[in-house]
Design a protein around this ligand. Structure first.
Ligand code: GDP
Ligand code: MG
Length: 443
């Protein structure tokens, strides 16, 4: 997401970055380019106008002129204003005084309500140790109930449903009673959507709202729909007084207009962002980090959090031990690769690093996902014995592995050689550190 916008903004701010003096003309030129970039990214016209006005005022003001590094100060202004535009502080999910906390998911058909219901439950359990119950209140298509039930099975979480014959309002009401009985602390209600906002849908949602008095009403919107997403948000908010927005499909090549305009137009914060179809691909939305990502300053905090979520500490310790004792095998190698892969697509990770746009331009640093999957396939085609003791590898074994993995014998050879070198290096590293310790001990 945001690729076009990020590229343009980054080029623009590069121009002022190193300046020891920033004139009014410089500011004018920069804001003109920023304005065009935002409009191109489908940011609401009025939002752009107000934004540029604020940036200009601050950039021409004392704050910048008095600074020792005016160029950088201007960029700081742009980043702060962009972050404020998207909501400033990260906004947390509600917790009811008396459980369960009720969350109602609303939105148009296909926006991602059902998927997000599952993802949010998963996140609440993983990060906040909660015990949610899901509610199937979209009764118009049998497939909708099945879809939620499938997600419930995958997550091993209960899904409350009364089939397609029941009234969504009754379903929601009974679900909450059931959740109290079974001590669920969160109830997430998946509701029906339509292709367009219509009165019948709004009536139904208002009725559900009335009987369940939800602590949060999350509007799920598809970020790929740009300005439309903002219009949809406005009308849902008018009718239901939503408490927050979940922006889905931010992993796609959305231009970013919805993410940047929604808070400014509706006054309601973006609480979560959907970053893929999988159940662990929902993130809390941090406006400041997002602004930093868009301006190419990286998002190191999110990167660290991702690593912490995905790398098991115990496994990491065991791995270190194996490296020290030089008993590191292809089995361990495979495990390690899978941990990195769990963190998400590599180019997405690179996007979170400072200077990402420059890095992507360098050929050598381009990550070849295909090559990585080849390595994985080769290791997977080895027998357990071969993985632990690659010394037994002979020509016929190599041919079998190449065939099984859809690669070639030369690729298998290359991996074996690389692995051998890696092991040698590990040995050297662990030996020197041992020697180092000994020396210190003697002194
Ligand atoms: P609903 O009609 O609002 O309940 O929408 P669904 O939850 O059924 O989602 C519609 C489609 O969007 C499904 O194919 C989902 O897998 C997909 N989807 C939902 N969220 C995301 C997301 O964050 N990223 C991507 N790439 N796809 C998503
Ligand atoms: Mg649905």
């Amino acid at each position: 997401a945001f690729e076009g916008l990020a590229d343009r903004l980054q080029k623009t701010i590069q121009k002022v970055k190193g300046k020891g003096k920033v004139t009014e003309a410089d500011v004018k030129e920069m804001t003109r380019e920023v304005r065009l970039a935002l409009l191109e990214a489908d940011v609401n016209f009025k939002v752009v106008k107000d934004f540029i006005k604020r940036v200009k005022e601050r950039a021409i003001g004392q704050e910048v002129m008095d600074s020792l590094t005016p160029g950088q100060q201007v960029i700081k202004v742009v980043k702060e204003e962009l972050s404020d535009l998207m909501g400033g502080e990260q906004s947390k999910i509600a917790v009811a005084n008396k459980p369960p906390t009720v969350i109602m998911m609303v939105g148009l058909q296909g926006a991602g309500k059902t998927t997000t219901t599952g993802k949010l439950a998963n996140l609440l359990r993983k990060k906040n140790n909660r015990n949610p119950m899901l509610v199937a209140a979209d009764v118009y298509r049998p497939a909708a109930i099945n879809q939620l039930e499938t997600l419930g099975k995958q997550l091993d979480m209960p899904v409350f449903s009364l089939g397609t014959e029941a009234n969504p309002v009754d379903i929601a009401k009974q679900a909450i009673d059931k959740a109290k009985e079974e001590h669920h602390d969160y109830v997430i209600i998946d509701t029906a959507g339509r292709l367009h906002v219509d009165e019948q849908l709004m009536d139904e949602l208002q009725n559900i709202k009335e009987v369940t008095t939800p602590d949060e009403i999350f509007l799920v919107v598809d970020s790929m729909t740009g300005q439309d997403a903002v219009n949809v948000a406005e009308s849902f908010d008018e009718q239901l007084d939503i408490s927050g927005v979940v922006l889905t499909k931010l992993d796609g090549d959305t231009r970013g207009g919805a993410a940047i305009s929604i808070k400014a137009v509706t006054g309601k914060p973006i609480k979560y962002a959907g970053m893929g179809e999988k159940l662990d691909e929902l993130e809390a939305f941090h406006p400041e980090r997002m602004a930093s990502r868009i301006l190419g300053m990286g998002d190191v905090l999110s990167l660290i959090e991702k690593a912490q979520d995905n790398v098991d500490e115990k496994q990491a310790k065991e791995l270190e031990e194996k490296m020290r004792s030089a008993s590191f095998t292809f089995e361990d190698f495979l495990e390690q690769m899978q941990q990195v892969k769990n963190m998400g697509p590599l180019d997405e990770l690179i996007n979170m690093m400072p200077g990402a746009n420059k890095m992507k331009g360098m050929k050598n640093l381009q990550v070849d996902e295909k090559q990585i999957s080849h390595v994985e396939a080769i290791i997977q085609s080895m027998t357990k014995k071969e993985r632990i003791d690659p010394g037994i590898m002979n020509a016929s074994r190599k041919r079998r592995i190449a065939k099984g993995s859809g690669t070639s014998v030369s690729e298998v050879n290359r991996l074996l050689k690389q692995f051998d070198e890696m092991k040698k290096m590990m040995k050297q590293m662990t030996n020197t550190s041992k020697k180092g310790k000994k020396k210190k001990g003697l002194m």
